[in-house]
Write a protein that binds this ligand. Sequence first.
Ligand code: MN
Ligand code: ZN
Length: 671
Amino acid sequence: MEVETSEGHLKVHKMKKKVLRKQVRAQHTLMRHEGIECISHATQCLVIANAGLGNGMSRHQLLRIVEEYGLVETLLMPPNKPYSFVKYGTTEEAKKAFNALNGKQVTLEDFGQIIVLYVNFVEKVFWQNAVPTSLPPGLMIIEKIVSPEEERRLLESIDWIEDEAQKTLKHRRVKHYGYEFCYDNNNVDKDKPLPGGLPEICDLFLEKCLKQGYIKHKPDQLTVNQYEPGQGIPPHIDTHSAFEDEIISLSLGAEIVMDFKHPDGHTVSIMLPRCSLLVMAGESRYLWTHGYVITPRKYDVVQASELGQKVGTVTVDVGDLTLNRRETRTSFTFRKVRRSPCNCIYPSVCDSQQGQQRQVQPAFPHSEVEASKLEQEYVHKVYEEIATHFSSTRHSPWPRIVEFLRSLPKGSIVADVGCGNGKYLGINEDLYLVGCDRSKNLVDICGEKGFQAFVCDAQSVPIRSGCCDACISIAVIHHFSTAERRLAAIRELARLLRPGGTALIYVWAMEQEYKNQKSKYLKEKNGSKDKEEISTGTAQRPLGDQMPDSSSQDSGCSDGLCNDRKDEGWDAKPVADSRLPVHTNRTSFHSQDLLVPWHLKGGTKKKGEGVGTLLFSAGSKESQELNPVFHRYYHVFCEGELEAACRTVGCVRVQKSYYDQGNWCVVLEKL
Ligand code: MN
Ligand code: ZN
């Protein structure tokens, strides 16, 4: 007996030592990796290692565990992290929890896996590394938009049983007001409003939303969804052509975590607390999918908001936590039925625009004549139309281009082939700079600035051979639609140079993120629409639309076409169906040959003027007049493609090549 007891003691002692060791290790890890400082004296606040969302701990389970020791003031579970914070009403309660939970084994409810908790005191419940994860632009969560009393009344107002319009879908119950939503085509029959309109009980709530500015127009369609635990809704974008921009959704009954996904794969998970309002507008409404999983989640990644504020930091509302068990969630989604086609700036996901694209989208050119026509329609005409607006977005010269121009000896004769609004013509007064551009309107703008410029095509520049000391061609050659034509433009630059003269060439890169080099543009990802539109210009595109993955897979580079010259040219293959895809701003390129939209601001179009390449007569007449969308043809270059082309020109050598802000660049020297 005695032996056994002493062995037992030893065991307990060993166990305690082990716990202590692991607890200290947890402390160090928290400090080192997360900047969380554990302290030795008792406070109201604890950090619990291994009880994080990243471990598979659910909020519900952890709450039940920590509530046993007192009133939980705050429970903070940072997304993907292997720890959580809990704040008790008193230090005594925190101490009780500390003693009971440190080293405690817990079985994860969702997985049946056993984990051991290690607990430490912290000064405050605050995730020190709480870098606000950027939310999908245009998304807002407003917490406690309705009171529990209003929630109850709203829920009671739905008569699930007697209504005929009620539908039970695979994963949820649904009821429509205002207009029936048809799941066959994911649209509404706009000519058949349902009798009765929206329930009166929603009026007050909608007034509030209007007054607070969450929505601009009063919704006329309501979908009530009811999800039992374990049910969900697959990722989707609400049909553009069916509803206007802002979509608001009220979460009642139970919180859920909704996943928002950008087409490039970037996912943001956001908790929609009970009684909160989700506002989806702009990019978050048009471009990102939303949904939540039907199978039990591995873990809930929670990103909640501070009361009444835009979601930014990670905190958790403490309100009715004890009620936030997995229950039935009912959502009230209010939308405004759209009366004219969608005119958004996300054509790749816009059904309004895709329908029309099929008819009007040009094909990839298969002959010289087709190529010339394509450029005429989708480059020359467009620049004529957008010249003024385009020019207004092009002021800051790029440093490395300026550097090139400043390095030239005094008195050098320099041709800027494709000079646009003449942004580089005044850079160095010691040079004789002459510009040319295919767009008369842009050349006129140069003239207004007092620069020397004339109209011509970059394939045949009316300047005598060998008389330029230097040439620049900034964001021009990517507008030629065949490899031969791009090569001809490079040859023309070479022809202009005297022996020893140099040419600087910039073209758009397929790779919009290179060697982990992130552009200013990428960092400004949540910037305004204006920024975004400015950035889609030619010469000065401050590094386009880059998200990590996907840019390489469709690039056509893998088959070596880009690097090794083939008899037919070094060009990558045209897109499969030969229709040129329309690029969506701020997404990676999925094709080397594509159309890039230009959203003209404050339309300067005069009545009766030809619309040129104005596509997608979408939106109301007025909005079409004011904000027409133009498409410019681009061939974006793969790594090595520009150099390979230059190497086929006999009389020059590639002196230098580099990547600059989403462009491939070379300096050629005439031999
Ligand atoms: Mn939806
Ligand atoms: Zn749209």
